[in-house]
Structures are given as C-alpha cells and as structure tokens.
Design a protein around this ligand. Sequence first.
Ligand SMILES: NC(=O)c1ccc[n+]([C@@H]2O[C@H](COP(=O)([O-])OP(=O)(O)OC[C@H]3O[C@@H](n4cnc5c(N)ncnc54)[C@H](O)[C@@H]3O)[C@@H](O)[C@H]2O)c1
Length: 327
Amino acid sequence: MKLLVTGGAGFVGSHSVNALLQAGHDVTILDNLSTGHRWALQGCELIPIDLRDTYHLNRKLKGRGFEGVLHFAAKSLVGESKNQPAMYYQNNVGGTTNLVRAMQAADIQKLVFSSTAAIFGNPISDLIDEEHPKAPINVYGQTKLVVEQMLQAVTQSSNFSATCLRYFNAAGANNTANLGEWHEPETHLIPNALRAAAGTGNPLTLFGDDYPTVDGTCVRDYVHVDDLASAHVAAIEQMDKRGAFGTYNLGNGNGYSVKDVIAACEKAVGTEIPHTIGPRREGDPATLVASAQKAHNELGWSPKHEGIDEIAQSAWNWECYRRDSLA
Ligand SMILES: NC(=O)c1ccc[n+]([C@@H]2O[C@H](COP(=O)([O-])OP(=O)(O)OC[C@H]3O[C@@H](n4cnc5c(N)ncnc54)[C@H](O)[C@@H]3O)[C@@H](O)[C@H]2O)c1
C-alpha cells in the first residue's frame, strides 16, 4: 500500500516505518522534526510540515494516491501537558482534526491512530481491557481520548475507518535497523536507567517504594517497540476486514516493577545502577497492565519479545550505538 506516516521520524513511528518497509509498503513520512530525527527517516521521502499548518497539509495530501495514514505525530510528555494544556490540545487534537479533514478532502479513508494507556486514568482492575472506564488524569491522556471520540464520530458519519492502538509502555529498540529511543528530555525509565549506568545521564530516582505491589515500586507493562510496529502493519492491512472503528490495547500482559526493570538493565550493562528513592509522583497508579486479548483475537497479533531482559538488552545495544555514532 502507499502509506503516509505522520511522526515517522520519532521513536515508535520510525520502528513502524521499518516494519512497513519490510512488509513491502511504500512509505512517505510527514514530520515537523520537533522531537523526531533525520537519521530515523530510513530513506523515505519527508514532508517536513506541521499538522497545525492546514494550508500546506491540504496541498501535500492531495493527488498523491495515499491509501492510508498511520498517525504517530503528537506531543506526549505528561508533565509538559500539565503546564501547556492549550498547546497540547492544539497539537494533538487540532493536529488530528486537521489531518482527518485533509484526508477526507484527498479521499483517503483509513487511519491508524497512536493512542495510549493514559486514557484509562487510575485503573479499577489489574488487567485493563478495552472496556475499562476511560478517565484520564492528565492533559496528555485527555487529548488522546478526545481524538478517539472524534474519530469514532467521523467513522459513524462517513466511509472513514479508524483503528486506535493504545500502547502501554513502549520500550526496546531495533538493533538491526539501528533505531531506538531518543527523547529530549527523556522521561522513560529504561533509557534513563541505562544512561545512569553509563554515566551519560542523571542519577536515577525511583518515584516511591511504598505502593501495594510485590516490592513497593510501580508495576508496568513494557511492550517492545517492534511488537507495536507489527501491530500497526496488521491494523492497516486488515482495516477493510474489520469495519469502521476499532480500539485495541497493546501490551505483553506481564507486569514488571521498577526494581525488576532496574535489575534487567543492570544485567544488560553488567554494572550496578546507582539510584535513590524519592517521593511518589502525582498521578502514578500502582499497577498498569494490558489485556491484549482483543488484538490477539481480531488482529492476530501477539508480542514476540515478552521478557524484560530482552527489551533491556536491545535498549542497551541501542544506547551504545547512539552514544558512539550519533550523539
Ligand atoms: N512512547 C510511548 O511509550 C508511548 C506510549 C503510548 C502512546 N504513545 C504515542 O505514540 C506516538 C509516538 O510516540 P513516540 O514516543 O514515538 O514520540 P516521539 O516524540 O518520538 O515521536 C513523535 C513524532 O511526531 C512529530 N510531531 C509532533 N508533533 C507534530 C506536528 N504537529 N506536526 C508534525 N509532526 C509532529 C515529532 O517530530 C516526532 O517525530 C505519540 O502519539 C504518543 O502519544 C507513545
């Protein structure tokens, strides 16, 4: 298929571009490079525009023959979203409504949208399925939920089809394609633990060790970014089969505590990772683990990289490459 990938120069987007190329698709990337990277483009054409720029967006989508769009472009820092809510709504909600309208004007009817576990807020069950109540507790999660609702409404009033993929904690890297995670600032645990180990980052602070979990630290579901990528390939390829609107939770279904993750990173690096225990962070639920049964049943998706050791090792290989070849 001839596909447009917004945010294809970012972390999850670039791994998905790699998977789409491997599956034989023709990929064009649209990205304003605000948090994305030129080295992640993998030889694809770049449309270097901002989704908030409706004039250029409409012009760039018309007449290109795109058959579908995978939409990763968004701002995704919880803390930043609290401080700059209007910017988050403009970028994530406004950017997506602009995209949908430009797609409709260009007669492109298929969209895969990057949603998040943050739409659920504080979980009422340990395993979160698609029907779990949606009550986001931060602006970032709110913007993603509003977009899901908007997409559902659009699919109900037209031929437009949309699939929302709700990732839990994206992690790991593709060492064959030399792709990986590089956010500034980095807020994710695994890269921060690895950088603390390598002496290239700040000392690591654990946010609370008095949660009602196995060792007192927060438990999360880490899903390898290549597994997220394969879900995107399945979602866009099967969209016709599945009808107009779908939502899928994507995770391993296994919870790892912060201390488990640090132990896995220590194993990968071969050294102890110095860390201190700080207070709890506002809005961090004790446990967040996905039920991905629906994605398994309907998309035929199951994660191939389930263990935290494998995820940490691939992230460490990437971190070494990044430090030696790109930084
Ligand atoms: N990384 C995770 O753990 C995670 C978890 C759940 C959901 N998500 C969602 O997945 C998507 C990708 O996340 P990521 O970690 O790869 O982020 P990222 O910051 O690495 O990638 C986002 C990309 O979008 C581009 N972009 C942002 N705003 C844009 C705009 N207005 N116009 C054009 N391009 C724009 C950026 O330059 C970047 O290349 C996001 O929508 C995010 O909310 C990520």
